[in-house]
Design a protein around this ligand. Sequence first.
Ligand code: AMP
Ligand code: TRP
Length: 344
Amino acid sequence: MSDPINAQFRPRIFSGIQPSGGLTLGNYLGALKRFAALQGGEAETIYCIVDLHAITVWQEPEQLRARIREAAAAFMAAGVDPAQSILFNQSQVSAHAEMAWLFNTVARVGWMYRMTQFKDKAGKNSENASLGLLAYPALMAADILTYQATAVPVGEDQKQHLELTRDIAAKFNHDYGVTHFPITEPLIEGVATRVMSLRDGSRKMSKSDPSDASRINLTDDADTIATKIRKARTDADPLPGSMEGLKDRPEAKNLVNIYAALADETPDEVLARFEGQGFGAFKPALAEVAVSALSPITARMSDYMADPAQIDRTLADGADRAAAIALPILERTKEIMGLLRTRN
Ligand code: AMP
Ligand code: TRP
């Protein structure tokens, strides 16, 4: 349900991905594939490689630089077209960091401590986490609201951060008596908003999981993909005729959802075909679908990676276009807050 306030803003979609490791099938199905599909609609699409978020935990500088380019290659290989969308890296548009500071004064400390991602990433010794890791959601709100974005496609794990973005927008509008920020809608849709680990159906597939067998990386070759799917944890029962029957079988449910998302079918359509069959039949079929969906992406990614200078030019052009939208909104925000402007 869209907030009535949002009718005052032009439809604009914003989303971001951290360049903190190789991207996975979870990132592709939960984010990249949907980013590409949202292009060319009513809303302008802006996609960001959030390098300032990545450095909230330690990143080796040389490796970070490579991963930013790799993320850009993955966006484009997955179908994000820099001519139709704005594609850039966050640190090149200083409005993000500046807006984040303004939001640090709007958001409350207690909101930050409640974030489950902070608790997960900070672990037991949270006193030793970077201050940036705690403030991370204020920067994410800045990413979104510096463009007055009305909708944000993400996976399920980002729901809490988007609620906090809405809280910051509402508190700002309320405190200053304005309708300056939209109350951004999360777009968490489809069967692949939470792709689970191939080794443990209760954990999300993640680029930071120590076990490489738990995930499919966008850089995995066909043999590796097939092997990982063959070894994926499952049970010995045959597949039922509909998703109802998979309620208590998380690993089986995950593989069926992955198949459906890759093949652009519903999980029930997939099960209607495989009803009564076991994983001995299902897994090779899934591997085939996965390889035929992912191999062209992997190939395009390495083509893009072969020309880093071209990637840098694309990102620089994106940053210029992003800054042109962000700066007037940032300036207006400062003006609303009473920060004196002394130069033009
Ligand atoms: P991150 O890799 O944490 O920067 O996440 C980038 C985007 O991918 C976000 O929209 C996440 O919600 C999404 N994402 C990450 N892992 C998964 C997963 N296992 N299933 C679905 N979406 C995911
Ligand atoms: N926090 C998001 C993640 O880990 C990445 C992110 C940063 C983001 N800024 C954003 C996502 C703005 C959507 C919109 O996945």
